[in-house]
Structures are given as C-alpha cells and as structure tokens.
Design a protein around this ligand. Sequence first.
Ligand code: M6R
Length: 359
Amino acid sequence: SKGAYDSYMLKEIDEQPAVLRRIIQTYTNINGDINMSSELIERLIQSDRLYIVAAGTSYHAGLIGKSLFEQLTDIPVEVVLASEFGYHLPKLSAHPFFLFLSQSGETADSRQVLVKIKKQNYPSLTITNVADSTLSREADYTLLLHAGPEIAVASTKAYTAQIAVESLLAKFLGTAKKIEAARQFDVRQELSLAATGMQSMIDEKDYISKLAKKYFYNQRTAFFIGRGNGYYLSLEAALKLKEVSYLHAEGFAAGELKHGTIALIEQDTPVVAFVTEAKTADHTRSNVQEVLSRGAKVLIISQENLVHPNDQLTFPVISELLNPLVAIIPTQLFAYFTAKARGNNVDQPRNLAKSVTVE
Ligand code: M6R
C-alpha cells in the first residue's frame, strides 16, 4: 500500500536507499565476497562481447551498465533496444552473451529477442524484479533486483536497482578475470556511499520541489545534457519528465547540442546539466555557457569535487561509475512535482501501461 504517500511514485523514489542496502546485503558478505552463481561467471568469462537488451528506462540502466562492464571486466558491451535488435540483428561476435534487463520480465520486445537467441544456443541472463516472470523463466540465469513491487508506471527504484546489480556482477566478473580496475573497485563501499548520497538528495525534497516550480512548471520543453554517464542520465531524466509531466523533454550529449539542437534554445528554456565526470567537467561547463548566452535557464547537478559556487544541486563524491545512482534522484523528483502541479495522474500517466506486452 501507499501508506502515508499520495502516490506510489513518490513512495518508490523514497525507497531507493533502502533497496540499495537490501541489494548489498543480498549479494555481498562482510568480507566483500559476492554471492552470485559461479557457473554464470564461467559462462560470462568465455564470452567475447556482452549484448545488453532492454527497453525504456531499463535500456537507460543498460547504458550505465556498459560503462561498468567495460571498465571493470574489459569485455566490450553493446546496449541494444529490444524493439530494434530483434529485427535488425547486427553481426554478432563469435561468443556473444545476452543480458536482458527488465523490471517486469514481461516486455514483449525483449522476449522476442530472447526466443531468437535461444534458437542459436547463445547463453542468457535476465536481471529482473519479478522472480517467476517470462524472461526469468526462459533465460539460462536470473539475478533478482529485490526492489519490492514497483507499482508506478514510471520506473524509479528499478532503474537504480538495475545499476546496482550490474555493478556487483561487473565487480564479480572483473575480479574473476583478474582485472586490476575490478580489484580496486570496492563495490560494497561505493554502493553504501551511494545509498547515503541518495538519501541526502531525498532529504532536499522541499528545495527540489522549489526548483521544479522555478524551472519546469510553466514550460513546454526542457533539455538535459551531460557527457559519458551524464549523457545517459540525461536520457533517463528526460524520459521521466515526458512520461509523468507531459513536458517535451530531450536528453543530449552535451557536446552535440551545438551541432543543431541549440537552435531550439530560447529565452528561459530550461537546461539541466549533469557535471558528474571529472575529465569532461570543463567541456560540459563550456556547453552550459553556450546555452546561457542564448538565454537558457540553466540548472546544474554536480558532484562535490567538481562544484562551482552557483550550482543548484550538489552531491557527495562517490565513484563516477556509480554516481548516476545519486544524480538521477533530483530529476525523478522534478518529474513527480511537475506532474503533481499540473494535476496529472502521477502513477498512471495517460497512454502508458506498466509493462508492454505487445511488440
Ligand atoms: O519492465 P521493463 O523494464 O522491461 O519495461 C521497459 C519499459 O517499458 C519501461 O522501462 C518504461 O520505459 C517505463 N515506463 C519507464 O518509466
């Protein structure tokens, strides 16, 4: 039940630190060992490329997964949209491994890919929130999100849970492959820092609601920009705002804006910038200057070590591989508060279903 909450979406946003802690407890022990099937790891070690197949928000969690797997395991990753991949199969590597990301485990677009790759005898893993779901039953292996039921149509806690489980799998696999970056990555510590960071953002709810009012309530359009994981975050932040607030929103790689889309920036157009990656922070700030000089109303979400005095939202330092867990929180809240202010049905937005069981 929603308890004291006015919507499942807000309840599920609030649950995220607890979900993260449950994932840490379920998948790790005090010595830092990761509790996952060693047979699964053996199969993964034999693969030369990982294909992450998903839709919507799960696809965006897959993009963050690409950074995690490539940096911690040295295995190249392709993240593919299930609806495209099934019918336009790219040339596969010699030993592909398929990872299906799906909150519900019932997404038809993903399932048709699973059916096809099983015919080729390729190995598969489903990461899902629903234990006896179709994708879970039909894949070779399953890892559960342990996020508890996600009722709101707009996915929030499943997104962060997917990233957390991907990070644990990447650490486990990278360690088994003796990759130095994996050995140095203290996933347990980083995830608990992320849980604390998430909570610090959730505690800023009142302030975030004021920002939502100032930046989004009276707008027709909004842009999100960032680089690396900040770009992937932008895609997810824009999707949330579209789904529940019905605002036109787009996520862009910050450097790409000037190649066309900057034409859309007018006086007071809101632009949210993620400054979450050290090596590109200065470049992203240059892109912020470009939109500012065209009249944009800019809101910056930055990590503490990269902060500038006027940034609106800042969160404590954690690994750049996992800071998306924290940086996404205020944008989930922007979507929630804007939808509420507009009188929208936050949990059941128009035209949407919780799981899409048609192709
Ligand atoms: O259950 P799944 O994770 O497979 O669902 C995939 C998408 O349909 C889902 O993420 C959708 O984009 C959400 N409404 C996003 O909030």
